[in-house]
Write a protein that binds this ligand. Structure first.
Ligand code: ZN
Length: 372
């Protein structure tokens, strides 16, 4: 659903599919609403050209904002898995949290600073364009670009975690209290209060007649709230899994299946008898692949007596593996990214073990109850 744009500074950049709708929505609202009211007397085509170019400038600005976070992160050795651009912003997916509050604050402020810098440059061009009597279409586009970047910078500075301002806030509490978890909890609570206020304000705005702005404010409030909850959950999971390796939680005595039995036999002798959702397929000590319930489901019932496991399985080249020395958090990220429920741990083509989503959840639950 998401389109890959390419790599910038070695980071894959993807566009979330919702962005196309937002792009059209923004171009449209500029072309038929904002621009005609601010700059009357231009042609329909000109308004649309301004709308489309301005929407493109908005997205480029969001991308540069995100890249400036990533730049500081990479310079300090924090890996960024990818950047996803979606509605009114982007997300830099960090695979690790910053290790110290100073870095968190520096990383978070880089984005809004960049937005204000772009706003200043476009604003200066807009001003000069006015003096030089440049065509209205150009000054209108520049003026909007400056305005939207200023709004972007201000919005992101709201102290509502996980927005940039909220990260600065968390970093400063973290520095004082020395507790990362405690700081995240406090920042999340403040963020939820702000989002609640925004939603109440949005409803009030609708009641008092400003329907469109009201909807926007409610939507942004909801967006912040769900972001804060997700971040808190991620922080708690990250803390619970700290120091755990794949080798600590993998199952070593794995039940495997031979490749030459039929899918029918696989169902009646394995899936209906044991509780596992997938089995590595092994022949002569060599792993050939993995067969899951989904593989079985893809074979029509009438063919299950003839098709063999080897034919139905996901072959080795396409199975997702992880090293035994990888961290539990890495294993979790791989599962999420590849959308699989189990990872094989191989040494060459020999099976060392298997780790499932269930193993991860159990480890997290146990450690949250007993350790943190
Ligand atoms: Zn930002």
């Amino acid at each position: 659903m998401s389109v890959r744009l390419g790599k910038i500074m070695g980071i894959p950049v993807t566009i979330h599919y919702t962005l196309w709708f937002v792009f059209i929505l923004i171009a449209w609202s500029l072309a038929v609403g904002y621009m005609p009211s601010q700059y009357p007397g231009l042609g329909v085509l000109t308004y649309w050209a301004i709308g489309i170019v301005s929407a493109a400038i908005l997205f480029a600005s969001v991308l540069v904002h995100e890249l400036s976070h990533s730049y500081i992160a990479k310079k300090n050795g924090l890996p960024i898995a990818r950047i996803t651009l979606f509605f009114f912003g982007g997300v830099s997916e960090m695979t690790e949290e910053p290790q110290n509050p100073g870095l968190e604050v520096r990383m978070a402020t880089a984005g809004p600073l960049m937005s204000f810098l772009i706003a200043a440059v476009l604003g200066a061009l807009w001003y000069l364009g006015g003096i030089a009597r440049a065509p209205v279409a150009i000054t209108a586009t520049l003026g909007y670009g400056a305005l939207i970047n200023a709004i972007l910078g201000i919005f992101n500075l709201l102290p509502a975690f996980p927005l940039d301002g909220g990260r600065v806030f968390r970093g400063s509490i973290w520095k004082r209290s020395k507790s990362f978890i405690g700081a995240t909890r406090t920042a999340t609570r403040v963020s939820e209060a702000i989002s609640l206020l925004m939603m109440v304000g949005g409803f009030a705005s609708i009641i008092f007649g400003d329907f469109v702005d009201g909807i926007w404010i409610i939507f942004l409030g909801w967006f912040i709230r769900s972001g804060a909850e997700t971040s808190l959950r991620q922080t708690l999971i990250g803390e619970a899994l700290a120091g755990v390796r794949v080798a600590d939680m993998m199952t070593r005595d794995v039940m495997t299946v031979p490749g030459n039995i039929t899918v029918h036999q696989l169902v009646s002798n394995y899936f209906l008898v044991h509780r596992h959702g997938g089995y590595p397929v092994v022949e002569d000590g060599q792993v050939l692949g993995i067969v899951t319930m989904q593989c079985v489901r893809s074979i029509p019932k009438e063919r299950r007596e003839t098709v063999t496991v080897k034919e139905a399985m996901i072959p080795c080249e396409r199975t997702v593996t992880v090293s035994a020395s990888a961290s539990a958090l890495d294993a979790m990220n791989i599962m999420a990214r590849q959308n699989v429920g189990r990872l094989l741990i191989l040494e060459g083509s020999r099976l060392l073990g298997i780790v499932t989503r269930g193993d991860l959840m159990r480890t997290i639950r146990t450690r949250q109850e007993l350790v943190t």
